[in-house]
Design a protein around this ligand. Structure first.
Ligand code: GLC
Ligand code: CA
Length: 598
């Protein structure tokens, strides 16, 4: 693995008790506007019963750690009863806890213990599909006439004379193939044959994840009831999974081919008829009304991948009929080098991309609060996605700084704060994620970013007492772990803690507008956050995105920022402690500077 560099972290005296004070997360607006939300993949966070799989009691046990990190809310990936084909994203009962993760009583205790530490609990809500083992689907698949016959997307298929055509089946009226060219995002056809009904059903993801029919009002009612079940138990809201795919073209027109084959060799379709349909916004508005009925700022976070920042606007909804409070901005953090290239592959730091998308986040969202994210359980970790192999610890600090110093809520993924790396399986036999099994070796799946949390340098990194963990614990646990990094003032973990403390205590960092500085510099990204009151101080952030030292000249006057004095709040090179003027200063390779203008 990469050799971790020793970094001298500078904390100017200004960053004293006042900045570290645990002020409430949002004095002015709603709590979530400035929240640090921490994603937990429950299988991989902390095992307490020795089965090698994480559980809810494990999360409860680690709440003190999360509080010390400065976390305002946790989002727990699905912990409902599930056959675990897609590790919980195939739900068999929306109103219970999977026994391998614990019980409802454990969840109640987790919510209560989190509340004592001012941490809110968000659950993951999978609206697009259920598990094929959910009683709704089992009933629906049994006949064409049962009470839930229309809860999923069923179709007779198209007649064919070619009995050897792919996915050809003998139906009640002769041989048929799927009605159109729709492909599954998870490889292969999106249509699966069920002999008992003599029909195909549609699935955007795995065939074990049949899509619900959102044109049936009974489906909406059942899903809203499930959400109320949890809201009544005290959860603070939901991360809405794959919410762009709720509706599909009722006339089942072809998507059209992308011209590419997926990792299994199936022709990929464009998903224009199966994703982004406008009907979803009516559901979102009704959902928001339901959630707002709770009167204490429950929040809807959306998993949204759109091609342009402005398209996020539609997900906030009109002011008169709002939808989600925090649709994720995945554009800044999951960009690709070239259009059409997959996310999740290695990309270098692309300064032009960051500059453009951060400005758009500030300017194109009509004042709505963005939610920035660089890591999640579906993409290779930012540590090695942006890392060059030689400067990863510094690059991780650049990413952390962008995440915490732009004007947005921040989404962190467990282990990101430690610099956990992606550990992709090296042989097919070891793969657990089905897309990695069917797609091997082209697509190796998402196991690499889901390995157990590294708490200590001891056995199983303190994750489990059982040597048979569900995914292997990474070898770099000896240095990349909570215990070692907590004890090291210059660690990435303490960098994150300091950033969280600055955000919490500094009004400029919380609400100040973001203004790009030196906007044509091809090597250094610089921006200011302007004070929100006459007595406030501007903040300047400078990030050297190259492996060479860079001399930076910032014209603060031109940007309307006064004061000759400069105080370093945070920097990752000793030289930065002595910066006395931003008119000219030197940034070492991949260095970060956060300064206050006085
Ligand atoms: C979302 C989840 C992903 C899951 C998929 C299907 O994209 O983040 O992990 O496989 O939805 O539910
Ligand atoms: Ca759908």
């Amino acid at each position: 693995m990469f050799k971790r560099q020793l970094i001298s972290l500078l904390l100017a005296s200004a960053l004293s008790s006042s900045l570290r004070a645990q002020a409430p997360a949002s004095a002015h607006g709603a709590w979530y506007e400035h929240a640090v939300i921490y994603e937990i993949y429950p299988r991989s966070f902390q095992d307490t019963n020795g089965d090698g799989v994480g559980d809810l009691n494990g999360i409860t046990q680690r709440l003190d750690y999360l509080q010390s990190l400065g976390v305002d809310a946790i989002w727990i990936a699905p912990m409902y009863p599930s056959p675990q084909v897609d590790f919980g994203y195939d739900i068999a009962n929306y109103e219970a806890v999977d026994p391998q993760y614990g019980t409802l009583a454990d969840m109640d205790r987790l919510i209560a213990e989190a509340k004592k530490r001012h941490i809110r609990v968000l659950l993951d809500m999978v609206l697009n599909h259920t598990s094929d083992k959910h009683p709704w689907f089992v009933e629906s698949a049994g006949s064409k006439t049962n009470p839930r016959a229309d809860w999923f997307i069923w179709n007779d298929g198209k007649a064919t004379n070619d009995t050897h055509a792919p996915n050809a089946h003998q139906g009640p009226h002769g041989w048929v193939v799927p009605p159109n060219d729709w492909s599954s995002l998870f490889q292969g056809s999106a249509w699966e044959w069920v002999p008992a009904r003599g029909q195909f059903y549609y699935h955007f993801f795995y065939k074990q994840q049949p899509d619900l029919n959102w044109r049936n009002p009974a489906v909406e009612k059942a899903m809203f009831d499930a959400m109320r079940f949890w809201l009544d138990r005290g959860v603070a809201g939901f991360r809405l999974d794959a919410v762009t795919t709720l509706f599909e073209d009722p006339e089942l027109h072809d998507d059209g081919p992308t011209g590419k084959l997926d990792a299994s060799g199936f022709p990929e379709s464009n998903h224009v008829r199966t994703s982004g349909l406008p009907e979803v916004h009516d559901v979102m508005r009704r959902l928001r009304v339901m959630v707002d009925g709770y009167h204490d700022e429950r929040v809807l976070v959306g998993e949204i991948y759109v091609p342009a920042t402005a398209e996020l606007l539609g997900w906030y909804g009109p002011r008169s009929a709002p939808e989600l409070q925090l649709p994720m901005d995945t554009l800044v953090g999951f960009h690709t080098e070239a259009p059409g290239q997959e996310t999740g592959k290695n990309v270098a730091l692309n300064i032009a991309h960051f500059r453009k998308t951060i400005v758009e986040m500030e300017a194109a969202l009509d004042g709505h609060q963005p939610l920035l994210v660089f890591d999640n359980h579906d993409n290779t970790r930012s540590w090695d996605r942006f890392g060059d192999g030689a400067h990863n610890p510094l690059i991780a600090r650049l990413i952390a700084t962008m995440l915490f110093t732009t004007r947005s809520a921040a989404l962190l993924y467990y282990g990101q704060e430690l610099g956990m790396a992606t550990h992709t399986p090296t042989q097919r036999e070891d793969v657990r994620d089905p897309i990695g099994i069917t797609g091997w070796p082209k697509e190796k799946g998402r196991d690499g970013e889901r390995t157990p949390m590294q708490w200590t340098s001891g056995p199983q990194a303190g994750f489990s007492s059982n040597p048979q963990t569900w995914l292997p614990v990474a070898a770099d646990r000896s240095s990349v772990n909570v215990a070692s990094e907590s004890a090291d003032a210059s660690s990435l973990l303490n960098w994150y803690r300091t950033l969280a403390a600055i955000r919490r205590g500094n009004p400029t960092m919380r609400d100040g507008a973001l203004v790009m500085l030196d906007a044509t510099n091809p090597a250094v990204l610089s921006y200011a956050r302007t004070p929100v009151s006459p007595s406030g101080h501007a903040l300047v952030v400078s990030l050297n995105m190259t492996a060479q030292p860079q001399v930076v000249h910032l014209d603060l006057k031109a940007a309307g920022i006064g004061g000759p004095g400069v105080k370093t709040l945070l920097g990752d090179a000793a030289a930065l402690n002595g910066v006395t003027s931003l008119a000219t200063f030197m940034l070492p390779p991949y260095a970060t500077l956060i300064a206050e203008v006085q």
